[in-house]
Design a protein around this ligand. Structure first.
Ligand SMILES: *[C@@H]1O[C@H](CO)[C@@H](O)[C@H](O)[C@H]1NC(C)=O
Ligand SMILES: *[C@@H]1O[C@H](CO)[C@@H](O)[C@H](O)[C@H]1NC(C)=O
Ligand SMILES: *[C@@H]1O[C@H](CO)[C@@H](O)[C@H](O)[C@H]1NC(C)=O
Ligand SMILES: *[C@@H]1O[C@H](CO)[C@@H](O)[C@H](O)[C@H]1NC(C)=O
Ligand SMILES: *[C@@H]1O[C@H](CO)[C@@H](O)[C@H](O)[C@H]1NC(C)=O
Length: 314
């Protein structure tokens, strides 16, 4: 009696968050390496943990003609460029020089799988989760931080030349998506209004989950829908969803409904969902992630490398 009263009061004092374990999902959960360039070994660390989506925050310096990767302008380190921290590493992996997990024949297998056919109705979840020829695609999420997306975007696209020349980029051409073993998705200051009007492009947009009924407006007055040919992934800040508890306390009972609505809406637009902004240090991280998975979210956005194994390999 005394003992159970005591443990009940202890249970009140110690929030259940401390005891939460990752649930066992009934599908592959897609993992995105948030601010990947901050890891000791950008791209490689996350790749070794079976992540296939990597993020770089890039700052264009037009005098140096370089993109530096950094979170803020004052933390720029001139030895760390988009090329050194991301592009060269992705090329090394894809040329089979990094890991036996990715042999050099992999891109060829991906591109030559007979099931890999151009389509006007892409199934992005399937693309990310399974890929083709037994090879999952690599996603580069590029966030332009400098306030010059309209000009710098083109320079960033130009830097993708080595991937483009090898024929590895997923592209939109002749009204169809042609799946490649790499997909480039722009976010942050990336100008969707420059991208959407193009009838041929090898880059995509991280569309605004929750606002997908809006349209992309060009300065000349044209409008384009957020649809699957533009939006392989759609994102929203976790804390911007009502009832999120800022991601710091476990989601309250009303939260699942709110997230579910956003997810269903994104799926109706044939895109995949990513909620970012659950902090690595939050004690509620696993509660939040469990809820997102239960509500059908496709991606988990994380800084914690062990999360992938905790969910996909348990
Ligand atoms: C996983 O479970 C959810 C319900 O929790 C269901 O809607 C979904 O279809 C299931 N997915 C698979 C691949 O079985
Ligand atoms: C991979 O290794 C091959 C053979 O050594 C070399 O020719 C190629 O340049 C390397 N590629 C990268 C991106 O490291
Ligand atoms: C988006 O449009 C669809 C169909 O017109 C509608 O059912 C849905 O409620 C709208 N979503 C939002 C968030 O307004
Ligand atoms: C998406 O919108 C573009 C125009 O931006 C259009 O060309 C394309 O056919 C649409 N695709 C789908 C699947 O609705
Ligand atoms: C989503 O894809 C389905 C078929 O895969 C298609 O019928 C539907 O029109 C698409 N919805 C949108 C909003 O593009």
């Amino acid at each position: 009696m005394l003992f159970s009263a005591l443990s009940a009061s202890v249970a009140l004092l110690v929030p259940s968050v401390l005891a939460t374990d990752p649930i066992k999902p009934n599908r592959t959960v897609l993992f995105h390496s948030h601010n990947d360039y901050k890891r000791p070994r950008p791209v490689y660390d996350a790749f070794d943990h079976k992540f296939r989506s990597f993020e770089a925050d890039v700052w264009w310096d037009k005098d140096a003609h370089e993109f530096y990767v950094a979170h803020t302008i004052i933390t720029i380190d001139h030895s760390k460029t988009f090329q050194t921290q991301m592009l060269d590493r992705v090329l090394k992996i894809m040329e089979g020089n990094y890991s036996s997990e990715y042999p050099k024949e992999a891109p060829h297998k991906f591109l030559n799988d007979p099931n890999n056919q151009p389509t006007s109705e892409p199934d992005w979840y399937k693309y990310y989760a399974e890929g083709f020829g037994g090879v999952r695609p690599i996603q580069l999420l590029l966030e332009i931080k400098s306030n010059d997306g309209k000009e710098s975007w083109l320079h960033l696209m130009a830097q993708l030349k080595p991937l483009r020349e090898r024929g590895w980029l997923t592209k939109w051409e002749n009204g169809k998506i042609h799946y490649g073993p790499v997909i480039v998705v722009g976010t942050g200051g990336t100008p969707a209004y420059e991208m959407a009007p193009k009838t041929s492009r090898d880059y995509f947009f991280d569309c605004p989950a929750g606002s997908l009924n809006d349209t992309v407006q060009t300065p000349t007055g044209l409008s384009f829908p957020f649809n699957s040919t533009l939006c392989p992934m759609s994102s929203k800040s976790y804390i911007d969803v009502p009832e999120s508890n800022l991601g710091l306390l476990p989601p309250p009972p009303k939260a699942p409904y709110q997230f579910h609505r956003e997810i269903v809406e994104t799926h109706r637009h044939n895109s995949t969902t990513r909620f970012y902004g659950v902090l690595a240090g939050s004690l509620a991280r696993i509660d939040d992630f469990n809820m997102l998975i239960q509500q059908g979210s496709d991606w988990l956005n994380t800084d914690v490398m062990s999360d992938e194994a905790a969910y996909n390999r348990s």
